[in-house]
Design a protein around this ligand. Structure first.
Ligand code: NAD
Length: 512
């Protein structure tokens, strides 16, 4: 039985529609049961501090028990591929039916407007569907002994086997779909999973765990623990975890790498993504895409457009259109359908962004739009004349701030775009396919998007970055490869070892 948490405050009049989330999941899930002890971790709506409810503050002992339970079941209870596929297909159906409820949970606990939350649910349905389809990827191949120096006559093949237990650690900003990007591939691959969702937005992930159990995922394959860095460290240091699949910030990734020892770690980290607008681009189309890509989810998106390099001949035009488009955005309550930009995940984050923008302005930057904070809200902000050493350029802003910078030579724009510790994605606007492809060849990022900004992801593509943007790739099929390992079976064919009386008079062996 899932312990539900009830809405404990009255909803303020400004933000009307929280009724749909009365049935929120609570607790944590381990040893095949929802836990109701230690429900002390508060989940609040960042918009107004409204207390949505409480979930468990899991302990290190919970982590140990969750892992031990899954390990026992992995050994004792096979879960065939066909059943895994059917469970994920069923999960797709169930999520489609509960679309509105999940969107309301995402919008209530995080930063997304209700429209953005609805889009995340649709993407999550796609991620689960792709996970079910990926069952066909779990085949192997024969081994090429005839082309090797192997002694004697051998034949063999490899198949893909699950790693074992996957620790799935996720961030706050896509609290449903990024959980599905780990649970879907891990489960179809035959692993057990312990989820540790962000302590700031745990409800969407917990609701997805319940949905997967309802869809037929065995209780012995799945657990969810809740809490902050302490409990997460207990998870990553546990000797019985075979793979850590982490999405979050680079500093956290470093801590995980230092603590985890020799475990396999996949990490999807941040970006301070560049977009290049060439002299032959359509400035209006580019400006519209920049506004959409910079301010979606209040800029709290690893693919957000942060640095835009614009050819000098178009610079004033693009600045004007980006500024006008930004000023037209409406910042407000997530549940108001007229809202374009919701709050940051916390007031502390909004204050950090305020500090970074103030630092840029004090260093000589010009402010064209925004620059104002109200509680956890920060107005979408457009800057120019920002010196290269400022944090809004060098670091990941993860907030609603875009900087426009002029260039004259393409080589200079590419060099400045690459001058970053990150390498996640980049955009290029030009009408010349040759120019686009040359630029794409020289950008050191995981994906180059032509005639769009960096802010494009489809859930099937290999997704990830170079440099500090991560290690490995997600995108269901690609995650599945990393969450399974090839296992060889090799047969040494010895005729002398075969029972001679059973061999009879065999014909000569055929060779190619
Ligand atoms: P975060 O690194 O603060 O937290 C992410 C998760 O790590 C949370 O569940 C947190 O509890 C956990 N964690 C914290 N300390 C830990 C520790 N010592 N050991 C193990 N786990 C620990 O990130 P966030 O603020 O939730 O999310 C924002 C970051 O995530 C940004 O940098 C953003 O770019 C990145 N992100 C990347 C992608 C991608 O796919 N590349 C997608 C979304 C977000």
């Amino acid at each position: 039985m899932v312990p539900s948490i009830s809405v404990v405050d009255a909803r303020p009049e400004t933000a009307t529609d929280r009724t749909e989330i009365a049935d929120l999941p609570g607790g944590a899930y381990l040893e095949g049961r929802w836990q109701s002890a230690d429900m002390t971790l508060e989940v609040r709506d960042p918009e107004d501090g409204f207390l949505l409810g409480r979930v468990c503050a899991s302990s290190s002992d919970d982590v140990r028990r969750a892992i031990a339970h899954i390990r026992r079941h992995l050994l004792l209870e096979p879960w065939p591929l066909r059943a895994r596929r059917q469970a994920l297909e069923k999960a797709t159906e169930l999520l489609d039916q509960q679309h509105a409820r999940f969107a309301a949970i995402i919008a209530a606990e995080g930063s997304k407007t209700i429209g953005e939350a609805e889009r995340e649910v649709r993407r999550c349905i796609e991620t689960l569907r792709l996970s079910a389809l990926a069952s066909s990827e779990l085949s192997g191949s024969t081994l090429d002994f005839e082309d090797s120096l192997a002694v004697g006559h051998k034949i063999g093949w490899y198949t893909r086997k699950p790693m074992g237990i996957v620790a799935a650690i996720t961030p706050f900003n896509d609290p449903l779909n990024l959980v599905a990007h780990k649970l879907g591939p891990a489960l179809i691959g035959g692993n057990g999973v312990v989820l540790k969702p962000s302590e700031r937005t745990p409800l969407s992930g917990l609701a997805l765990v319940q949905l997967l159990l309802d869809a037929g995922v065995p209780a012995g394959r799945l657990a969810a623990i809740v809490g902050g860095p302490g409990v997460a460290e207990a998870l990553v240091t546990d000797e019985d975890v075979d793979l850590i699949s982490f999405t979050g910030g680079p500093r956290t990734a470093q801590r995980i790498a230092a603590a985890a020892g020799a475990k396999k770690i996949l990490s999807e980290l941040g970006g301070n993504n560049a977009t290049i607008v060439c002299a032959d681009a359509d400035p209006v189309a580019a400006a519209e895409a920049i506004v959409a890509g910079a301010f979606g989810v209040a800029g709290q998106n690893c693919l957000s457009v942060q640095r835009v390099y614009v050819h000098t001949s178009l610079f004033d035009d693009v600045v004007e259109h980006v500024t006008r488009g930004t000023q037209a955005l409406r910042t407000g309550s997530k549940f108001d359908r007229r809202t374009d930009v919701g709050p940051l995940i916390s007031e502390a984050e909004a204050r950090r962004i305020e500090e970074w923008v103030d630092e840029a302005i004090a260093s000589g930057a010009s402010l064209h739009a925004g620059g104002q904070r109200r509680g956890a809200f920060y107005e979408p902000t457009v800057l120019t004349d920002v010196p290269a050493q400022c944090r809004v350029i060098r670091e990941e802003v993860f907030g609603p701030v875009v900087t426009l910078l002029p260039f004259t030579e393409i080589s200079d724009a590419v060099q400045r775009a690459n001058d970053s510790d990150y390498g996640l994605q980049a955009g290029v606007f030009t009408q010349s396919i040759d120019l686009a492809l040359v630029i794409a060849e020289h950008l050191h990022v995981g994906a180059v998007v032509i005639n769009e900004t960096s802010d494009i992801r489809i859930d099937s593509m290999p997704f990830g970055g170079f440099k500090k943007s991560g290690v490995g790739r997600e995108g269901v099929r690609h995650a599945l490869y990393q969450m399974t390992e090839p296992k060889n079976t090799i047969i040494n064919l010895t005729e002398s070892g075969a029972p001679q009386q059973l061999l009879g008079g065999l014909p000569e062996r055929t060779t190619s």
